[in-house]
Write a protein that binds this ligand. Structure first.
Ligand code: E4P
Length: 216
């Protein structure tokens, strides 16, 4: 499973990328707004930090304008994936941009039939939003499983990018189902390594080791 970081905060991206465990980054208009930075400038900085795909989202809602924005975004760096919303206009833009050889991430996916449309439109990534479905009492993980089954039935190569992740269990469950990628906030990525028994065990090892007086 590939790990993407879902943020536009370059300090967090730099810190996590140093582990060698970051395969890409996703941003969206809300995350860019939160960073308080210019979209082109911050996206370029992210592309310089991470070699893998960096999703940058269009802000137009009409297909032709999305394509124009997408073409501006892909000029930033070779690893840009243009993010478009799952609307008819977004699907038209996806088809045009992917036909031109660009990576496209179709976002705001909430049903398996939407995901089927994105694959047919040539999406590189489909982003089903797990957390936002869970938030309204639906089952985000069931959506990941449905998309996996449909894509496997027909051999679609569109990668399932599990998004809107809130917990480490979301990542475990998406990995069990076979999502290709999980994009997660930096806080969740950091929590993946945590267990109280790991901390307690390490503290005990260190205390016992100190008693030996050895150094090496
Ligand atoms: C994915 O690409 C989105 O940016 C993101 O996962 C949305 O997450 P949220 O529902 O926590 O805003």
């Amino acid at each position: 499973m590939k790990f993407f970081v879902d943020t536009a905060e370059t300090a967090d991206i730099r810190e996590l990328a140093a582990t060698g465990l970051v395969d890409g980054v996703t941003t969206n208009p809300s995350l860019i707004a939160k960073s308080g930075r210019d979209i082109i400038e911050v996206t370029k900085e992210i592309c310089d930090i991470v070699e893998g795909p960096v999703s940058a989202e269009v802000t137009a809602t009409e297909a032709d304008e999305m394509i124009v924005q997408g073409k501006k975004l892909v000029k930033i760096a070779d690893n840009i994936a243009v993010k478009v919303p799952l609307t008819w206009d977004g699907l038209r833009a996806c088809k045009a941009l992917s036909d031109d050889g660009h990576m496209v991430n179709v976002t705001l996916c909430f049903t398996a039939s939407q995901a089927l449309l994105a694959a047919k439109a040539g999406a590189t990534f489909i982003s089903p939003f797990i957390g936002r479905l869970d938030d309204i009492g639906l089952d985000g993980m069931e959506l990941i499983a449905d998309i996996r089954q449909i894509y496997d039935n027909y051999g679609y190569e569109t990668e399932i990018l599990a998004a809107s992740i809130r917990t480490v269990n979301h990542i475990r469950d998406a990995a069990k189902i076979g999502a290709d990628v999980a994009t997660m906030p930096p806080s969740v990525m950091k929590l993946l390594s945590k267990h109280p028994l790991t901390d307690a065990g390490l503290a005990a090892f260190m205390a016992d080791w100190a008693k030996t007086g050895q150094a090496f």
